[in-house]
Design a protein around this ligand. Structure first.
Ligand code: CAA
Length: 301
């Protein structure tokens, strides 16, 4: 039976999201905005409460932008956000987050062992017909298949940062993903107001296969001393109309994330010089300078 991703039925599908970082909380936000109930799992309650606070601030800002004859009072905006937030439950226990989920989306760190472990645990408690999704940006889905009980219900949804703003989602199918699952995921993306594109299970899918070499080349350009970081960024912003220059985008995505992505590419596409390690990137990461999130990367924030 083909199921519907619509959140407008009497029964609202429950989405379980594993990982309460930038990606997981962003996905949770767009899901509740579309009327889905969401269970958000995170390892620490502190991180989950921070994620809920960020989502609340975003919802208040978005409510404030809605056209109204009279501008809404802060209390009204807060009430609107609180109403939407009722759809969000936070969990520090994987089992209770997975229970009754129609779809389980993992958005944990880009580490294969961790993802395999999460999927194994989720499958002990989620319903048998639960769709299992990875938000990996660089790992191959085929590497996760060995732990997936029903490969027809397994696929990738690759969101982009910041999730509430970026329209695109890559819908990644393996050779074993069923057509019903892919169709459901396209419908789901439309429901959450995203633009889905179909991607195959190739390293980096579409966007990162093209974007990562570009970002890495910008770091190499800086490392060689060919140009200052500000000039590289200004050149690409105003020479190509990209919203951010490549060096500031590296800081935005996170230098640790880029370092592990580069390593994964190196392992999955051996011998490609574009994915060789970059001493300047390794140095910044080893110093704990991970970009915006640590207030220091190529730039200081
Ligand atoms: N969460 C929610 N909303 C956010 C946000 C966040 N983290 N950051 C910005 N926004 C919202 C702002 O509130 C603002 O909303 P309104 O227009 O509704 O008021 C809007 O986005 C624009 O923000 P700003 O005016 O503050 O700043 P900006 O115009 O410079 O835009 C930006 C900021 C959207 C981040 C923009 O610079 C941009 O698009 N940058 C490129 C981002 C990008 O390339 N992302 C892909 C990264 S690669 C990736 O994610 C894949 C991977 O696997 C590594």
């Amino acid at each position: 039976m083909v199921r519907s991703a619509s959140a407008e039925e009497n029964h609202k599908p429950l989405i379980a999201i594993f990982g309460a970082g930038m990606m997981g909380s962003g996905i949770a936000q767009v899901c509740i905005q579309a009327g889905y109930s969401v269970n958000l799992y995170g390892r620490s309650e502190k991180k989950l409460l921070e994620a809920r606070e960020t989502i609340k601030k975003n919802l208040i800002r978005i409510a404030g932008k809605k056209k109204a004859d009279v501008p809404m009072e802060p209390e009204t905006l807060e009430q609107i956000a609180q109403l939407q937030l009722q759809l969000l439950q936070i969990h520090t226990d994987i089992a209770s987050a997975a229970e009754n989920a129609s779809m389980a989306i993992e958005a944990v760190a880009e580490n294969l062992e961790l993802k395999l472990d999460i999927f194994q645990t989720i499958q002990k408690d989620c319903p048998e017909n639960c769709i299992l999704i990875t938000n990996t940006s660089s790992l191959k889905l085929s590497q996760m298949l060995p732990v997936i009980k029903n490969p027809a219900l397994f696929a990738g949804l690759h969101f982009f940062s910041p999730v509430p703003v970026m329209k695109l989602v890559e819908v990644v199918s393996t050779e074993q993903t069923s057509e019903d699952t892919t169709q459901y995921l396209f419908e789901f993306c439309n429901e959450i107001k995203k633009l889905p594109v179909a991607a195959k299970d190739t390293p980096g899918f579409i966007v990162n296969r093209l974007l990562i070499p570009y970002l890495m080349d910008s770091i190499r350009m800086l490392e060689r001393g060919d140009a200052a970081k500000e000039d590289i960024d200004t050149a690409m912003r105003f020479g190509t109309s990209y919203p951010m220059g490549p060096i500031e985008l590296c800081d935005y995505v996170g230098l640790d994330v880029l370092q592990s992505t580069l390593k994964i590419f190196r392992e999955t596409i051996p011998g490609d010089a574009r994915f060789a390690a970059i001493p300047l990137l390794d140095k910044l990461v080893s110093e704990g300078k991970l970009g915006r999130k640590t207030k220091q990367g190529f730039y200081s924030y």
